[in-house]
Design a protein around this ligand. Structure first.
Ligand SMILES: [Zn+2]
Length: 287
């Protein structure tokens, strides 16, 4: 059964580790992440962007697939199904459809409007025991066509949003979506420490987890980050493994064109990448 992200993240914060959010795109992604979480005895958050949900034909399809798969795979570790960077309508739609967690990303609104909309999402979410993530200070890079400027969060705005009753807060601290450029200056730990001080102890979220050096990840966790989003990395390793299979001509041997064989190397590559992140985040054995 799906659970809200609230309790698993509070445990992570108290235990000084982080739970990974791994975004899903289809059945292979979902199966790889759920199986890895179970074998690592780790809590996990399945992230779904609005674009990915649309690709999978709708929120209801995603909920049906994940619930069905958890049952048939006998998944017993805590799993949250979480809308990633939701718009207002999307967040309300996911709460209705059976997601156990939503992010309302109002960071592109003026702060007062972000607060009003976040409040309403919280009200609707609480009725169903769904956890809520809010964002202050856009995350850099591009996600589903939303381009963030990479600005850093204003701690005063963080304090206002955190006090509304959200369960987790994403604050821009110089992190970006997608691969990091060679001249990236790194995470701003001064801003992170400020945000932690004013946010009332709620778990903090680090977006753009692909390509942040390990020592920065560990330092971020020590400063209050308890949820780390990983998306690009699984896409890259999946594409690499699939390309190798095709370039080796394996699809031309026997029945190598069978999609269950063709997609297997990518599936296994996602499992390995997810396990590596869970080790880094310290969530293994914490289910
Ligand atoms: Zn993000």
């Amino acid at each position: 059964m799906l659970v809200s992200a609230k309790e698993m993240l509070q445990k992570a914060k108290a235990g000084k580790y982080a739970v990974g959010q791994f975004n899903i795109n289809n059945l292979e992604w979902t199966k790889a992440i759920l199986n890895t979480a179970q074998s690592c005895n780790s809590p996990v958050i399945l992230g779904v962007s609005e674009g990915a949900a649309k690709y999978m034909t709708g929120y209801g399809t995603v909920v049906g697939m994940v619930n069905g798969m958890m049952k048939s795979l006998n998944i017993t570790v805590p799993v949250a199904l979480h809308l990633d960077h939701g718009e207002y309508e999307g967040a309300l739609g996911c709460i209705e459809a059976g997601f156990s967690s939503v992010m309302f990303d109002g960071s592109h609104y003026p702060i007062d409007e972000n607060i009003e909309k976040t409040k309403e999402v919280i009200r609707r979410a609480k009725e169903k025991g769904v956890s809520v993530e809010a964002e202050v200070g856009a995350i850099g890079g591009e996600e589903d066509g939303v381009i963030g400027g990479g600005e850093k969060a204003d701690p005063k705005e963080c304090e206002r949003i955190a006090s509304l009753g959200i369960d987790m807060l994403a604050a821009g601290i110089g992190n970006i979506h997608g691969p990091y450029p060679a001249n990236w200056p790194g995470l701003d730990f001064d801003v992170l420490a400020e945000v932690e001080k004013v946010s009332g102890g709620i778990p903090l979220v680090l977006h753009g987890g692909t390509g942040i050096p390990e020592d920065m990840i560990k330092k971020a966790i020590s400063l209050g980050v308890s949820k780390i989003n990983v998306n690009t990395e699984c896409q890259i390793v999946f594409a690499d493994a699939t390309r190798k299979y095709i370039e080796a001509g394996s699809d031309k041997k026997g029945k190598g064109y069978d999609p269950r064989k063709l997609l297997k190397p990518g599936y296994e590559a996602i499992m390995a990448a997810v396990k590596e992140k869970m080790e880094l985040f310290g969530s293994i054995g914490k289910a």
